[in-house]
Design a binder for this molecule. Structure first.
Ligand SMILES: [Zn+2]
Length: 147
């Protein structure tokens, strides 16, 4: 049986419930959780003020690269266009939502899947460079390859 990797999902309790229902139908369960977190509040503030989140793929883009009257077009989802105010609103919502929901979501996942502490892998990000240089992505891949 092959393993599947879900990235950035589930993000809230409704998504956990629908994922678990789907998994139980095919007789599968969640075995490992990789948590990427930061204890650096300044990093969260920097991401909030210096970046924008694509509402489709949720990748981050530098805000300074976008002019005021320009429409946002993500290179991955270039069939969509967004106004800067729309993208700004979505970005703020995505960050708030993440901060409010991630602890609750992780706790629910752990409880309902009876995942042991040895199957929880914690990675921490302390500065902007780790995210945008691809360093954290490499760490995640390394963890996945060693599961
Ligand atoms: Zn996108």
């Amino acid at each position: 049986m092959t393993n599947s990797i879900l990235f950035n999902y589930p993000l809230n309790s409704n998504q956990i419930e629908s994922l678990e229902a789907e998994l139980s139908e095919i007789n599968r369960k969640i075995n490992f959780i990789i948590i990427v977190s930061t204890s650096n509040y300044d990093l969260i503030k920097k991401i909030r003020s210096n970046y924008l989140t694509c509402p489709i793929c949720e990748r981050l883009f530098k805000k300074e690269e976008m002019k005021d009257n320009e429409k946002f077009v993500c290179p991955e989802d270039n069939e969509f266009q967004f106004l800067k105010e729309e993208i700004q609103k979505f970005h703020e919502f995505a960050i708030e939502n993440h901060l409010v929901n991630s602890k609750k979501t992780i706790e629910k996942l752990l409880k309902e899947n009876k995942i042991t502490t040895s199957n929880i892998i914690n990675l921490t990000v302390d500065n902007e460079k780790d995210i945008f240089s691809g360093e954290i992505q490499e760490k995640i891949l390394k963890v996945i390859m060693n599961l």
